[in-house]
Design a binder for this molecule. Structure first.
Ligand SMILES: [Zn+2]
Length: 65
């Protein structure tokens, strides 16, 4: 099953349009667009993780004194 990158719903392939259509939010995407959005989301998540780690480190560092 292919999962909607926007809402996590199920994407159904529409052969006539050669696109995937989300059953939950109605989003219509090509396979390439799905991969693109997934890559973007993965990058965003990675940078959020880095930011969180940095904040935790700063908190730890300032509480040490
Ligand atoms: Zn959706």
């Amino acid at each position: 099953m292919v999962v909607c990158p926007e809402c996590g719903g199920e994407l159904k392939f529409e052969p006539s349009q050669r696109r995937y259509v989300c059953l939950s939010c109605g989003l219509s995407l090509t396979r390439d667009e799905i991969d693109e959005i997934k890559a973007k989301n993965a990058a965003a998540t990675a940078s959020e993780d880095k930011e969180r780690l940095r904040k935790e480190y700063l908190k730890w560092w300032s509480s040490k004194k």
